[in-house]
Write a protein that binds this ligand. Structure first.
Ligand code: NAD
Length: 497
């Protein structure tokens, strides 16, 4: 059976525990990944400690050149990586390429790191005194990542952490571990020194070892909220810098003046694309007014029926299977729950079978109307191809829904009214806002991060927030006395008498 091991310097110890890698397209097991422990982490940390000082001392443009070469290598291997990713995750190839591409954009940002690492300088802060600051790496950092973006999220963290001079240890999701290992190989090929980008695989045992390890200064986590909160608390208690991004329940507000054809097009992609397994998916739509709701529903139903579900290599498919049988059962459980809670089940995606792939983890697109805020299925993240319609009577009610929700990752408003959009963006209590943009993931030179239970810690991912997270600022106050005896002639060229 195919086995994925840790990506370490100095050989890989034999593992005694493993996790199955499932085949979402066909069901069943396609391989296994080694689950590491503290001893594996100690080996990674020792290699990181050995390599990091020289890497940090290298001038920043040389580290940037590694990022340039890495970017070129990933582009060269794009097809191979996308197929590897789709085979374990289940998302269609075009989506896998998007996953890799969005990560590469952060690598591209890191190619300009000499510029962003520049410090600040004040000349003459006092008599003969200058003050300056410099950004220095933390030493060793770790990243713990979810299954749903196995290329993008490791690159959000790993590219920024390493380019500024840290050694980075990645603990990816055990569900789709192959791409992270391949990225580590490509980093080495691009010239990153051994020990600067390593991968350890594992479950809670490895996560706890990372959180408790005294040599690891910072931990960046992305995953579900309860675990994000746990990671944040345990890491901070151990004196580390921690950022922990959590789950989401993003709302799309549809104003009465919105272009409904555009909304339907955007919504079907944002609610059902990647089988809804995106933290920036739009699983809740909020039409403002019953007329808007009825008009939207009338257009949405045929658009949903027209969606094609297929295996991840089917280039015609809009989306593929969900990641595991357990996740499929969980999503179908939420569909039942939402129906039991009294919502109108307009389209039921349960029981969907793809011919020739009957054991695959497919779920048909599902639409609910008349979902209300007291329902558990509204309060919690479903993370599947399920769209819940919550009707709002007016703009004020619409803005209050995402603002009061426990999650605050992303939100979108669809309107032709600039004032309403501006008001919404300024007042809504959510971290990332789209105006006529359904999945507002900021570009790499801005930063990514949600609010409330979608993000614990002070800094966002990538962009300048990422640079801040992965560096510490040293402040230098320097006084250079004139050295000229009584100080009156310090700048006169000495003469020979
Ligand atoms: P998850 O929380 O199950 O796993 C995330 C990581 O935590 C994995 O590496 C996993 O091995 C580890 N882990 C699992 N159980 C653990 C435990 N008990 N203790 C310590 N570590 C543990 O998340 P997932 O199912 O892989 O990913 C989906 C979730 O991630 C969704 O909730 C989604 O919204 C969220 N997500 C959030 C963002 C964001 O930026 N806010 C981005 C992507 C995904």
């Amino acid at each position: 059976m195919r086995q994925i091991d840790h990506f370490l310097v100095g050989g890989v110890p034999a593992a005694s525990r493993f996790s199955d890698i499932m085949d979402p397209n066909n069901g069943g097991v396609q391989g296994r990944v080694a689950l590491g422990d503290k001893a594996v982490l100690d080996q990674a940390v020792a290699a990181a400690q050995k390599a990091q000082p020289a890497w940090a001392a290298m001038n920043p443009q040389r580290r940037a050149r590694v990022m340039f070469d890495f970017k070129a290598l990933v582009e060269k291997h794009m097809d191979e990586l996308a197929h590897m990713l789709s085979a374990e995750h289940g998302k269609v190839i075009a989506d896998s390429k998007g996953d890799i591409q969005r990560g590469l954009e952060v690598v591209e940002f890191c190619c300009g790191l000499p510029h962003v690492l520049k410090g600040e300088y004040t000349q003459g802060a006092g008599p003969g005194i200058d003050v300056y600051s410099m950004r220095q790496p933390l030493g060793i950092g770790a990243g713990i990542t979810p299954f749903n973006f196995p290329a993008m999220i490791p690159l959000w963290m790993g590219a920024v952490a390493t380019s500024v001079g840290n050694a980075f240890i990645l603990k990816p999701s055990e569900r789709d571990p192959s791409v992270p290992n391949r990225l580590a190989e490509l980093f080495l090929e691009a010239g990153i020194p051994e020990g600067i980008f390593q991968v350890v695989h594992g479950d809670k045992e490895m996560v706890d070892a990372i959180l408790d390890h005294p040599a690891i200064s910072a931990v960046s986590f992305v995953g579900s909220s309860d675990i994000a909160h746990y990671v944040y608390n345990r890491g901070v208690a151990a004196g580390k810098r921690v950022q922990a991004m959590g789950g989401a329940k993003n709302h799309g507000i549809v104003m009465p003046d919105a272009d409904l054809d555009q909304v339907v097009n955007d919504l079907t992609g944002a609610a059902f694309g990647s089988a809804g397994e995106r933290c920036m998916a739009l699983p809740v739509v909020v039409p403002v007014g019953d007329d808007t709701a009825e008009a939207l529903k009338a257009k949405l139903i045929p658009a949903i029926h027209a969606l094609k579900i297929g295996i991840s290599t089917d280039t015609e498919a809009h989306y593929g299977p969900v990641v595991t049988a357990q996740h499929k059962a969980k999503v179908e459980g939420w569909i039942q729950k939402c129906a039991d809670e009294g919502a109108e089940l307009v389209i039921d995606g349960r029981g969907f079978k793809l011919q020739g792939h009957e054991e695959g983890y497919f779920i048909g697109p599902t639409l609910f109307d008349h979902v209300t805020t007291d329902m558990e299925s509204y309060k919690e993240e479903i993370f599947g191809p399920v769209l819940q319609m919550v009707r709002a009577k007016d703009f004020e009610e619409a803005i209050s829904l995402p603002s009061k929700h426990q999650y605050g990752n992303g939100v979108a408003i669809f309107t032709r009214n600039g004032h309403a959009a501006r008001e919404f963006a300024s007042r809504v209590n959510v971290g990332m806002v789209g105006i006529n943009v359904p999945i507002p993931v900021p570009v790499a030179y801005h930063s990514f991060g949600g609010w409330k239970r979608s993000g614990f810690g002070d800094t966002d991912q990538y962009g300048m927030e990422g640079i801040k997270f992965w560096t510490k600022v040293k402040k230098v106050t320097a006084r250079w006395p004139d050295g000229g005896g009584d100080g009156s002639n310090a700048f006169i060229i000495p003469t020979m008498g």
